[in-house]
Ligand binder design. Structure first.
Ligand code: ADP
Ligand code: MG
Length: 248
């Protein structure tokens, strides 16, 4: 069985605090996984380790069969791991299409991107991506004029435009309305089915987790606490006591 991502006893300490504690996780190529857990349980730190922002204190990260533990961000990114951060960071003064062309251009400059003829990137791929993101009608709109939800979808598209094999999404529904949250779950589900990109999503909106219909890994105090589908996780008494019963 081919795993796109495997962490083995992955551990990160900050002084006396163990933020990620001997975490072992396996994700199949093309798989979709949701990581759920209370604030401060180590979810973002896990992404920081996988994407190379932090070096592990101990343990390993295997990506597509290669040990990438402790490699710098740019090499991990080049190897095929794309990441979306919690805060949207689209280029407000560029159009939606121009934003999507940024990652596919190796030596981009915002001023050059003003002219369609001077930009790299395959137009058909961009159109397909716009269609998937449901942003076709906004192709020539400045990103700064998009709604919060649309900006988040555009940013997912920007990560996809760099053609990752694995995409990490940290709380993609933060600040979204219920309708936008549902649409985001649908979009991520569709990406996972239609593109072959493996996706790991950090989330703590349970409605989203239910809609995503993926396998769920529950983290608690830096460790993996449970794994299962949404129904199993939701019915688990221990999960309820550490997470579901707790107000954010
Ligand atoms: N750079 C850092 N330096 C010190 N402590 C950190 C750092 N990053 C995260 N932490 C701590 O690690 C724990 C896990 O944080 P984080 O991974 O952001 O949690 P989550 O994303 O699950 O809310 C928290 O106690 C947080 O304060
Ligand atoms: Mg976080």
């Amino acid at each position: 069985m081919a795993f796109i991502l495997e962490t083995k006893d992955l551990t990160k300490q900050f002084g006396g605090l163990t933020a990620v504690d001997k975490t072992s996780l396996k994700l199949k190529e093309g798989g979709l996984r949701c990581i759920l857990g209370p604030n401060g349980c180590g979810k973002t730190t896990l992404f920081n380790l996988i994407s190379g922002c932090y070096k592990p204190t101990s343990g390993k990260i295997i990506f597509a069969g290669q040990d990438i533990s402790g490699q710098p961000v740019h090499l991990i990114n080049r190897a095929g791991i794309g990441r979306k951060f919690q805060i949207p960071s689209v280029f407000n003064s560029m159009t939606v299409e121009e934003n999507l062309r940024v990652p596919s251009s190796s030596n981009w400059k915002p001023s050059l991107l003003r002219s369609k003829n001077s930009v790299p990137g395959n137009r058909q791929e961009i159109l397909t991506l716009l269609n998937l993101l449901k942003l076709t009608e906004k192709t020539n709109e400045l990103a700064g004029n998009l709604s919060h939800g649309e900006k988040q979808w555009l940013e997912i598209g920007m990560v996809m435009a760099s053609k990752p094999r694995l995409m990490l999404l940290d709380e993609p529904t933060a600040g979204m309305t219920a309708a936008e949250t549902n649409k985001t779950a649908q979009l991520i589900h569709q990406i996972s089915i239609e593109t072959g990109i493996s996706v790991v999503v950090i989330e703590h909106d349970l409605n989203f987790v239910k809609k995503l219909a993926s396998r769920v890994t529950v983290m608690y105090k830096g460790s993996i606490f449970r794994e299962g589908n949404y129904e199993e996780i939701q019915e688990d008494k221990d999960v309820q006591s550490i997470y579901l019963g707790r107000k954010r």
